[in-house]
Design a protein around this ligand. Structure first.
Ligand SMILES: NC(=O)c1ccc[n+]([C@@H]2O[C@H](COP(=O)([O-])OP(=O)(O)OC[C@H]3O[C@@H](n4cnc5c(N)ncnc54)[C@H](O)[C@@H]3O)[C@@H](O)[C@H]2O)c1
Length: 387
């Protein structure tokens, strides 16, 4: 690998400035002010399609310059990294062009809208890596201190042989049948529905925490509301929902451990409830994103009379990421995962390490999603996930 120009600023160009654009802006703005970083992120250029709107967004979020075409952004020689915060239908095109232009890349999840696109992206990332360029996927839930601690505890053997991973990601914003037909409900833009949006997160998190991969899956998917009003900008009338509303599946890990997954936007009352529980022969861990400063641990090796889940308040300086934040008990939130993501990516680039998660990891998640769709289309038949 070529040496990285250490100490230089890391000039970021970001495409998309709505939900994830705001979250990533927060991450890039804050990481170098909280953590000691080998390179200082600079919010250099924000890219959108509407000149007035992108300028307003740049001013709000702290970006110096703007572009209205991502091709112009990628062609600039004053940008080191392209951060992709657009819907899935543009991930592959932008990432491939950015890597070819010698940029580092951060791409939101799911990596792509199809396995074929993800394969091309993973190949390009591997080629770029030989030239010292890094490509990472934005699976930010790995970077909640409590999930990072869970990973550390599993890796240290605190759960022993793993038997079960039980994970669900529940939201309810589609419960209203009048909710409009936005890009997330169109296959050509989003690739899939709850599966790619929420399911991608829990597949990645489950595999990351377990430290192993899914060998195969058996799935059910459903689209409950098949026709929805068009967004106001597209006029009156309705259009077809072309993605799944919910995806439920079971999975077998390569070790033989079993997993259950549920991803839905119809869990009335559940707003952003990502819950994961791991059971091993020596103990169990449980986490709920709606209480993200807490990790629950049952140690099955202690006396039975004292057994039970106990709450670890993950705010101690020795916990992951916490040495740079507030005194114990003062708590972090959702936005901090993006600060941690920016921090980890800067270190990965400066130290020439393999990104975690890499585009190859994003491709493997895409293969799980494809196996889920294949299984669901065949009456839940068990479907292997290709290596
Ligand atoms: N990591 C997470 O927790 C998380 C959460 C939400 C979304 N996401 C992912 O982030 C991505 C974006 O989702 P979002 O919620 O921010 O969507 P959004 O609709 O809020 O924002 C999308 C942005 O992309 C812009 N855009 C679309 N096509 C463009 C193009 N060709 N050129 C320039 N700009 C373009 C839109 O104008 C908008 O600013 C998706 O891949 C989504 O799956 C990740």
């Amino acid at each position: 690998m070529e040496p990285d120009p250490g100490q230089l600023p890391l000039r970021v160009g970001m495409v998309g400035y709505a939900f994830m654009g705001a979250a990533h802006s927060q991450g890039w703005r804050t990481a170098g002010r909280v953590f000691d970083l080998p390179r200082q992120p600079v919010l250099a250029v924000l890219c959108g399609r509407n000149a007035t709107a992108v300028r307003a967004a740049a001013d709000r979020h702290g970006w110096a310059d703007v572009e209205t075409d991502w091709r112009a952004l990628v062609a600039r020689d004053d940008i080191d990294l392209v951060d992709i915060c657009t819907p899935g239908d543009s991930h592959a095109e932008i990432a491939l062009a950015a890597l070819a232009a010698g940029k580092h890349v951060l791409c939101e999840k799911p990596l792509a809208n199809s396995v074929e696109e993800a394969e091309a992206m993973a190949r390009a990332a591997e080629t770029a890596r030989a030239r010292g360029r890094t490509a990472m996927v934005g699976f930010n839930y790995r970077r909640v201190p409590a999930t990072a601690l869970a990973r550390r505890m599993v890796a240290a053997g605190r759960l022993g042989t793993l038997r079960h991973v039980r994970v669900s990601y529940l939201q309810d914003w589609l419960g209203d049948p009048e909710f409009p037909l936005t890009w997330r409900l169109r296959r050509e833009a989003a690739g899939s529905g709850s599966l790619g949006d929420l399911g991608a997160h829990i597949v990645d998190l489950a595999q990351h925490l377990a430290g192993e991969r899914l060998a195969g899956v058996s799935a059910l998917t459903e689209t409950f509301v098949r026709e929805r009003p068009l967004p106001a900008a597209e006029g009156p009338g309705t259009g077809p929902v072309t993605v799944d509303d919910a995806a439920l599946f079971t999975g077998r890990f390569t070790s033989g451990a079993l997993a259950t997954f549920e991803a839905t936007r119809y869990a009335t009352g559940r707003k952003n409830a990502l819950r994961i529980e791991l059971n091993g022969e020596r103990g169990s861990l449980a986490f709920d994103l709606e209480r993200l400063n807490e990790l629950w641990f049952h140690d099955a090796t202690g006396p039975g009379t004292e057994a039970g889940f106990r709450r670890i308040l993950v705010t101690e300086p020795d916990h992951p990421y916490l040495d740079a934040w507030w005194p114990p008990g003062h708590g972090l939130g959702y936005e901090h995962t993006f600060v941690h993501q920016a921090r980890d990516l800067v270190h990965t680039i400066a130290e020439g390490r393999r990104p975690d998660p890499s585009f190859a990891d994003g491709l493997q998640v895409q293969r799980v999603l494809a196996a889920v769709e294949e299984s669901a289309a065949k009456n839940s038949v068990y479907t292997p996930v290709p290596d």
